[in-house]
Design a protein around this ligand. Sequence first.
Ligand SMILES: [Cu+2]
Length: 218
Amino acid sequence: MTQIPRTSPRTQGNTQHPSLAFFCVEVFAGLFLCFAFVWGVCFALINVFGRHATPPVAYAAALKHVQLNLSIVINQPGMQKDWPGYSPSNLVVPANSIVTVTLRDYDLGDTPLPNNSPFTKVQGALGGVAFADGKAYSALAPEKVAHTFTIPQLNINVPLPGDGAKGASYDTITFTLRTRAAGSYYFQCFDPCGTGASGWEGPMVTRGYMRGSFTVQG
Ligand SMILES: [Cu+2]
């Protein structure tokens, strides 16, 4: 027959205290783990949403950066013979932004500016420089100018060199502008590249040629 050990109740009685202690430890550990888990989940969520929430704030503080491409062309279909013109001639850029202009001048060859001309200097471009085929310049010799990109109301002026790389049909001028409030302006070439004795007639005074609109949109 199976004997029930007499010690069984005593043993049970003896083990009641340790199992209660274990139970307490287990409950405590369970609660701790739950707390740790919840805290971990919260931390992860804060981290994830924090990371998602931070960039818009950072981007809102950063300025929008846009590219503006334009050319100076000549003798294209529909154009007056030998009249150089900006294409496009209606420029639209966003307000309070950084605008990098890439300008291809297909009308190479210099038309000297007067010696005391203020239009030989780069003005209003970021860093006071423009780049001709990648080479920085802050001013050009008066006799080395083909055209200018000038917005008088915004004190922006970039003289454009008339010498391209050997054999090239155009040179590429880049510069960066910082726009501010919205407004309607005009841009124009101030190098006497036009017709007439002064060089200030024809394309120089005709919209769609050496002058156009510059709209800063809010
Ligand atoms: Cu011009």
